[in-house]
Design a protein around this ligand. Structure first.
Ligand code: NDP
Ligand SMILES: Nc1nc2c(c(=O)[nH]1)N=C([C@H](O)[C@@H](O)CO)CN2
Length: 239
């Protein structure tokens, strides 16, 4: 069995689907979560190691990194955890929105990549491109967003980390981004929002988790693709 794969934000939706898929493939999975849903107990019963960590709490982040640093090697890190905060958040002032977006989408992936780089290189077992970092960004990293300005800017920064870490960690470690658009609606999305959002793409559909799972598999199985952003967006750039 290869070294463990770390996935952040496994409690629900895409992160949960990625973790279940990799467990079914026989991988050792280490998942981080913030809220404890029944899905966390399910993943544990399937053999995953789960670590609770709120990325907004720096002490918890340092503790997470210390725990992960005890492992000798890793096959991959998939940075999925994300908070889709709107700029007009009723809970947070503008500076807090930006601070949170940079923390969860940039600062934590940056610190984890630096701290665990040597473990990823060891996980390649001397084979070129045999370990991976995957940053899950967003189509709006290249387009911007009128209502999620801080979110989009932080995803653009995460996309840029792909370039720097790809150059830094080659040849053992590949570093790529997956830039999704309309993968999964949220239960609170009303019909008007759904129709408006679907109409933004020339392939107007809710793509589903499998689109991300298949692209993750492609990147993990590649030994030559690195430093690139891979769009899963229904051709939104052509609308
Ligand atoms: N769904 C879509 O259509 C799209 C998704 N994406 C990206 O794909 C990825 C997965 O999307 P999706 O599954 O919809 O995301 P969700 O928002 O549904 O889930 C994100 C996960 O990240 C966790 N998380 C959020 N904030 C923190 C924090 N401060 N510390 C630790 N964990 C945290 C959440 O935990 P908790 O449950 O406790 O909040 C949750 O488990 C994300 O990076 C997202 O930006 C991009 C474009 C479209
Ligand atoms: N962390 C999250 N990021 C994003 C989500 C989400 O639910 N959680 N959803 C979207 C939308 O689907 C958007 O792509 C289309 O309206 C974007 N990012």
């Amino acid at each position: 069995m290869t070294a463990p794969i770390i996935i952040t934000g496994v409690g629900k939706r895409i992160g949960y689907a990625l973790a279940k898929h990799l467990l079914a493939q026989g991988h050792k999975v280490i998942g981080t979560y913030r809220s404890h849903y029944p899905s966390i107990d399910e993943l544990q019963s399937l053999g995953a190691t789960l670590i609770q960590c709120d990325f907004y709490d720096n002490a918890q982040v340092q503790n997470l990194i210390e725990q992960l640093s005890q492992y000798p090697k890793f096959r991959a890190i998939i940075h999925n955890a994300s908070d889709w905060l709107a700029d007009n958040s009723p809970e947070f002032a503008a500076h807090e929105v930006m601070q949170r977006m940079i923390q969860v989408h940039v600062n934590v992936p940056y610190q984890m990549n630096l701290a665990l780089a040597s473990k990823l290189q060891a996980g390649a077992e001397g084979e070129i491109g045999a370990s991976d970092i995957i940053h899950i960004t967003d189509y709006v990293a290249e387009k911007g967003s009128a209502k999620h300005i801080a979110y989009a800017a932080s995803k653009a920064a995460l996309d840029n980390l792909t370039l720097s870490f790809a150059a830094k960690l080659a040849p053992e470690v590949k570093v790529n981004a997956i830039a999704p658009a309309m993968i999964l609606f949220n239960p609170s999305d009303d019909e008007a929002y759904r129709q408006k959002t679907l109409a933004k793409a020339i392939l107007p559909k809710e793509a589903g988790n499998h689109e991300i799972i298949e692209l993750m598999e492609y990147l993990l199985n590649s030994r030559y693709v690195t430093g690139r952003s891979h769009h899963v967006d229904g051709g939104r750039h052509l609308r």
